[in-house]
Design a protein around this ligand. Sequence first.
Ligand SMILES: [Fe+2]
Ligand SMILES: [Fe+2]
Length: 175
Amino acid sequence: MTSELLKGLNQHLTLEFRAAHEYLAMAIWLAEHDLPGFAKWMTQQSSDERMHAQRIIDHLVERDQKVKLPAVAAPPMDWKSAEALCTHVLKNEQDVTASINNLYAMAEKAKDRPATIMLQWFVNEQMEEEAAARAVLGRIRLAGNTGVGLLMIDQELAGGTMPGMPAEPADTAGN
Ligand SMILES: [Fe+2]
Ligand SMILES: [Fe+2]
């Protein structure tokens, strides 16, 4: 593996751990604000993010490359609204997508096939993650950020019946 790609993959771990930490903090805030469906969704997202970091770690360990675990900053614990929170989720996912695309290009340039294949999984995953965040945000904007509208979306999320969102945890296969 090129030193550039190794550095890039280690740096990417920061984004996955940051997302895991932030989504857990969001799940706590959502539970505190009587939105258990939203909280369930974010708890699942948080553990997905840790699993994403683990995938990269496993790849590096398997190839006898040095893993450097990053420090993770304390996440925000307060949000103006569920809409503000979901807007941040989408922004986060877009940042992760940009980093994955960058790593993919690096792996391709280096003709590193194992890394390219490993990153291909992330390319698909990010498409689903962005779609899910956009679906929730779209519902909030349609139904309203408070009261009955929000309750309705919360119930959809609790039951896993949100239209436009991948059915269950996107990554059930092979992790
Ligand atoms: Fe992720
Ligand atoms: Fe994600």
